[in-house]
Design a protein around this ligand. Structure first.
Ligand SMILES: [Zn+2]
Length: 345
C-alpha cells in the first residue's frame, strides 16, 4: 500500500491502535452540542471547544484524531436549518483534527455515520446516502485525512456504501457496526457475517462501536475476531451494560423515565473498568481498541497506561501515596478521622 493508505497500515503493524471518540456526547455535556439533534455545530460556533477535546484525547494517548463530522451530513443539517454551512462545517472539522494530530503524531480520520435516510426496501435511498457520503468524504479527502471511519452502521447495506465511497477516493476504511439488536443488523445480517462481508469487500478494519458497554461487546467481538482475517476494532460505550440490558439504549433505572441518553451517569464505567476492557480486547487480538459515547480523557489515559504506555497526561496520573488520608501520611491522622474514611459498614 502506498500514499494515504500506508499510514494506517503502518500504525496497525506497530501494535494496538488506541481510539477515542464520543465527541458529541462530551461536547453536549459541556454545553456545545444540543441533545436530540446532536449536530456538531460547535465545529463552526465554538471551534476552540472542539480543539480542546481533541487535545485532551491526544494527551491521554489517542492515536487517532477523528474529525467531528458525525451527523454533519446534508439531511441532518437541513433539519437544523444549517444546510448552507455543510461544506464549511465538514472542512473545518478536518482542519481542527489535523492541527491537533500534528501536535502528537496522531493519524487523522474522516468520519461518516448512519444517516437515518437509508431504507433497504427503497433502492433510491442508497443513492441519497451515497451522495451525502461522497460530498462529506470528498471534502475530508481534500483537506487531508489518513483513513475513513464509517461507524454506528445499523444496516450492512449502508455500511457498504460508506466503504465504497471511501474506496473510490482511494482511502482505507474502518467500518464498524452499531449493535442495538441482539444478533443481527437492521437488514438481517448476523453481526459476524456482516463483518466478514465488509472484510471481503476490502475494509481495512471491521468491528463494532457504540451502543454496547465492554461487558456485552467483548463476547461479540471475540467471535468477530475469530472469523475475520483483517484488523478488528472495538469501541464500546463506557457504560455498565449487561445481559438483561445489552445496550445503553436498553438500560433502565427505577424512577427514571428514560435513561438514554441524558441520565446514563449512574451506569458509567470507571477508568479501571475501561483499562480492564483495553487489556481484554488487546488479548483477544483486537487491533483498534477504543471508546465511544460517554468517554472522558481519564478513561482514555487509563486505557493507554493499561496497554503499557506513558502518555503526556501521565504526568498527572494518580499518586494516591500523596493523599493525606489514603497515602503514607495517614499514620499521622486522628484515628477517628481514619475510621470515618475507612469504615466498611
Ligand atoms: Zn457512540
Amino acid at each position: 500500500m502506498t500514499g494515504a493508505g500506508s499510514a494506517l497500515a503502518d500504525r496497525l503493524a506497530q501494535g494496538t491502535v488506541l481510539g477515542a471518540e464520543g465527541y458529541v456526547f462530551e461536547l453536549e455535556r459541556r454545553g456545545y452540542v444540543k441533545a436530540g439533534a446532536y449536530v456538531p455545530e460547535a465545529v463552526l460556533d465554538f471551534p476552540d471547544a472542539v480543539t480542546e477535546l481533541h487535545r485532551e484525547f491526544l494527551r491521554a494517548g489517542a492515536d487517532v484524531m477523528v474529525a467531528l463530522t458525525y451527523y454533519a451530513h446534508r439531511d441532518k443539517l437541513r433539519r437544523v436549518g444549517r444546510e448552507s454551512d455543510l461544506e464549511a462545517m465538514n472542512r473545518q472539522a478536518v482542519r481542527l483534527a489535523r492541527e491537533v494530530a500534528a501536535e502528537g503524531g496522531a493519524l487523522v480520520a474522516g468520519n461518516v455515520c448512519n444517516t437515518w435516510a437509508y431504507d433497504p426496501q427503497d433502492v433510491a435511498t442508497a443513492d441519497v446516502v451515497r451522495a451525502m457520503y461522497a460530498e462529506q468524504l470528498g471534502w475530508a479527502a481534500d483537506e487531508g485525512i489518513d483513513f475513513v471511519i464509517a461507524e454506528t452502521n445499523d444496516y450492512l447495506g449502508e455500511a457498504l456504501i460508506g466503504l465504497q465511497v471511501s474506496q473510490k477516493l482511494g482511502l482505507p476504511a474502518m467500518v464498524t457496526l452499531a449493535t442495538t439488536r441482539p444478533a443481527k443488523t437492521w437488514d438481517g445480517y448476523d453481526y459476524v457475517e456482516a463483518c466478514k462481508i465488509l472484510a471481503g469487500h476490502g475494509a481495512a478494519i471491521v468491528g463494532l462501536n457504540c451502543d454496547r458497554g465492554p461487558a456485552t461487546m467483548l463476547p461479540l467481538i471475540a467471535r468477530i475476531r475469530d472469523q475475520v482475517d483483517c484488523a478488528v476494532a472495538a469501541q464500546p460505550v463506557p457504560y455498565r451494560t449487561d445481559e438483561a440490558s445489552p445496550t445503553m439504549e436498553s438500560l433502565r433505572a427505577e424512577g427514571v423515565d428514560r435513561v438514554f441518553p441524558l441520565a446514563l451517569d449512574p451506569f458509567s464505567c470507571t477508568r479501571f473498568e475501561m483499562a480492564d476492557f483495553a487489556v481484554a480486547a488487546r488479548d483477544l487480538g483486537v487491533n483498534y481498541v477504543g471508546i465511544c459515547c460517554g468517554a472522558g480523557p481519564h478513561h482514555v489515559r487509563a486505557m493507554a497506561e493499561a496497554l503499557g504506555r506513558t502518555v503526556p497526561a501521565s504526568k498527572y496520573s494518580p499518586s494516591m501515596d500523596l493523599h493525606p488520608i489514603l497515602g503514607a501520611a495517614a499514620s499521622s491522622q486522628d484515628p477517628d478521622v481514619l475510621d470515618a474514611w475507612n469504615a466498611t459498614l
